[in-house]
Design a protein around this ligand. Structure first.
Ligand SMILES: [Zn+2]
Length: 334
């Protein structure tokens, strides 16, 4: 059985076929269409094209926004860069479209994207370390630095872990009060609510206004400023502050880490603040799954909906040197 995993990003729409062990066996990326009808058409075409070649048993869709409303089908509130998607019932329309094109109702789940990403990073660690319960990974936090900034915390609840959800499943983490360093300190309006939240210092959609450059054109000076702001944010935010492990992913963090010691500098800043205040610091790690986290996350959520429990991620055989570069197994406690 395979899962069609759809990751609707603020700028890119990734679609993939994920095997029941969590491996991505096919994928494609297109710019996210501005109109939801076009986006749904692209998703429907992808499912239809792959329908015969794979045994697609479920569809999981991750949305770059809060999901709610009737049948959990809407993005709430309107994401500024996908304004037209805001009042559109994604679930109802996509259900109908897929049903018509493949002649069968396929289980479809839609949720805010950081939730599956958090699950995916935990499931990979579960496979690397064995039973998660015997490792001090909790509270565990996944933060994405992409067009927007979001994150969720996973905690141990009795004998099982669960991902902490706010009201409506909204990850409000990027939207608290924040004061960072940047060439432009003028108030910048956030598309969620209010002005000058952390997302206006860390989110890709505000970088041009805040730092004078788009994320893809970032200078070393700009990346250094954002890294410091990230370190400060991780110290200030209540949920990241009380986590044992913080995993940072998202397109911008993933890209910048390849050409700049972005997370290392964020970590230095974060550790300094924890140190100064005599607090034990969380361990800061890069995402293991990198840009695949959305698709693998959507596999995880779809499998959980089908079977009632989290699936087992089968680690693909890749050189251990690659893993060594991306993660440290034990939290650094000062
Ligand atoms: Zn905000």
């Amino acid at each position: 059985m395979e899962v069609a995993a759809i990751d609707i990003g603020g700028t890119k729409l990734a679609m993939g076929i994920v095997h029941e062990g969590g491996q991505i066996i096919a994928s494609t990326v297109i710019p996210t269409p501005k109109k939801p009808e076009d986006g749904l058409g692209a998703i429907n075409n992808y499912v239809k094209t792959n329908w015969g070649a794979y045994d697609i048993g479920a569809i999981g869709v991750g949305a770059p926004a809060v999901v709610g409303g009737e049948n959990g089908g809407y993005f709430l509130p309107n994401p500024s860069n996908l304004a037209a998607w805001g009042n559109f019932n994604l679930k109802k329309n996509l259900d109908q479209l897929i049903n018509d094109s493949v002649g069968k109702k396929v289980p479809l789940s839609i949720e805010s994207d950081v939730y599956p990403a958090t699950a995916a990073e935990l499931l990979v660690r579960n496979s690397l370390f064995g039973d998660l319960k015997s490792h001090s990974l909790f509270p565990f936090f996944y933060l994405t630095i992409s067009t927007g900034v979001g994150g969720e915390q996973a905690i141990m609840d009795g004998t099982t872990w669960k991902i902490y959800r706010n009201e409506n499943g909204v990850a409000k983490v990027g939207h608290g009060e924040f004061k960072g360093i940047a060439p432009n300190q003028k108030p910048i309006e956030c598309n969620y609510e209010g002005f000058d939240c952390a997302e206006t210092y860390l989110g890709g959609n505000h970088m041009l206004a805040r730092y004078g450059l788009k994320p893809e054109d970032a200078s070393p000076e700009m990346m250094a400023m954002v890294a410091k702001n990230l370190g400060k944010f991780l110290y200030q935010n209540e949920l990241t502050r009380n986590s044992k492990i913080i995993v940072v992913g998202g397109k911008i963090a993933n890209e910048w880490n390849k050409r700049y010691p972005f997370l290392d500098e964020a970590k230095d800043c974060m550790l300094m603040l924890f140190n100064q205040n005599y607090l034990p610091a969380p361990s800061l790690e890069a995402s293991i799954l990198g840009d695949d986290v959305g698709l693998v996350g959507w596999w995880a959520i779809a499998m959980k909906q089908l079977t009632g429990k989290w699936p087992k991620y089968q680690i693909p055989l890749i050189p251990s040197a690659d893993y060594a570069k991306t993660f440290q197994p034990f939290p650094a406690i000062l």
